[in-house]
Design a protein around this ligand. Structure first.
Ligand SMILES: [Ca+2]
Ligand SMILES: [Ca+2]
Length: 382
């Protein structure tokens, strides 16, 4: 039986409906898992498991690591994969996401996102793919690197690259493209900033994209009006969920609808950091409203839709890492609605969430004051 999961704050507003409940914070939950430390990395950002159970981890400065799980965490062997493209490291920029091609087992293709330098101090997110070859010494190399997408245009600043990657069940490549802290480009169809992008696996634009009949950048756009989406994941029905950092408060979880406009920077349930108000979502119903908004912010980073057996009660739930909230957030999805049901306090900012081949949940902590970020495995309490 599922334990009672509604905290007092949530239950007290339950009569107001799911949305009101979702935007309040559940009481801290007692974790039904033990936390096992499985490694430590310099500014870790993302990870993905290989079919054989080994793990790729990106480090923001531009290093790709390979972890061989060999039982006790202290014995895990960590090697290096060479051939990573040069990254524009600084601020929020550097090496970002890592995902496998759906046919990785036969083609060996790995996709990486990163901040790419342009002229002067300009930079932009990029996604490249390359063939991974592993050696016998716990490391490997990337070959035949090919850039399949570039955020356009490159701009100044070092923030809000977004650049999370996911493949859908049809083998399409999806990229979240942050607004680079430039605001209005999120509404400009000739900028890829503040968009969710859908491409074929080689970076070409599918004919059935919602704006494929337009010119230029618009052709790659699936949805617009986003701020800084740092987590995207498909549910078992093939629907895409994406969270994004709000400005001051107003973090969002969105169900991504073909061609929809999510309203940033015209509307947000948060406001600007300098105190200027941004009209809330409910003032402009023509924009797609979030399924969850968080005030105070959780600073969402990383997300999986859980489908394992190790935590059988959690099948179909979304797990979201929290940076400022130093938490792992569990979200229940019911039809096209979603609500936060539990929040587990963690020691540190959580940057990335992944599901392992054994159904365990894995987390990467964010870098902490030059002492690295830990790789954590969550084991069900027996
Ligand atoms: Ca991942
Ligand atoms: Ca607002």
């Amino acid at each position: 039986m599922r334990p009672s999961i509604l905290g007092a704050a949530c239950a007290s507003v339950l009569l107001l409906g799911a949305t009101a409940c979702a935007s309040s914070q559940p009481a801290p939950a007692a974790a039904p898992f033990d936390i096992v430390e499985a490694g430590k990395f310099d500014e870790p950002w993302a990870m993905t498991f290989l079919p054989d159970g080994r793990l790729l981890v990106t480090e923001k400065a531009g290093v790709l690591k390979l972890v061989e799980m060999s039982g006790p965490s202290s014995a895990n062997k960590v090697g290096r994969v060479s051939g990573v493209p040069e990254v524009a490291y600084g601020g929020q920029g550097g090496l970002g996401d890592v995902v496998l091609h759906p046919q990785f087992a036969s083609n060996g293709l790995v996709y990486l996102s990163y901040a790419e330098a342009g002229d002067g101090d300009l930079s932009g997110a990029a996604v490249a793919r390359a063939r991974l070859t592993l050696d016998d010494h716990g490391g490997g190399s990337l070959g035949g690197l090919q850039v399949v997408w570039r955020q356009a245009p490159k701009v100044s600043g070092r923030g809000h690259y977004g650049h999370r990657i996911a493949f859908d069940q049809d083998g399409m490549l999806w990229i979240s493209s942050g607004d680079r802290q430039k605001f209005d480009p999120a509404q400009d169809m000739q900028s890829s900033m503040g968009k969710i992008v859908r491409l074929k696996d080689d970076g070409s634009v599918p004919d059935d994209n919602p704006f494929a009949s337009q010119e230029g950048v618009a052709r790659e756009v699936w949805s617009l009006g986003h701020r800084n989406p740092l987590g995207i994941a498909f549910d078992p029905q093939g629907r895409l969920w994406a969270h994004e950092m709000g400005p001051r408060d107003g973090d969002e979880l969105n169900l991504i609808v073909r061609g929809a406009n999510y309203g940033y920077p015209v509307v947000s349930n948060g406001d600007h950091y300098d105190g200027r108000k941004i009209p809330d979502h409910d003032t402009r119903p023509e924009f797609e409203a979030p399924k969850i908004t968080w005030t105070p912010a959780i600073s969402p980073a990383g997300m999986v839709l859980y489908s394992g057996q190790a935590f059988a009660d959690w099948n179909g739930d979304a797990f979201i890492g929290g940076l400022s909230s130093r938490a792992l957030v569990r979200v229940e999805i019911d039809g096209d609605q979603a609500r936060e049901v539990e929040r587990y306090a963690m020691d540190n900012r959580i940057r990335e969430v992944e599901q392992g081949p054994d159904g365990h949940l894995w987390l990467l902590e964010d870098e902490r004051d030059g002492s690295g970020g830990r790789l954590l495995r969550l084991d069900p309490k027996s």
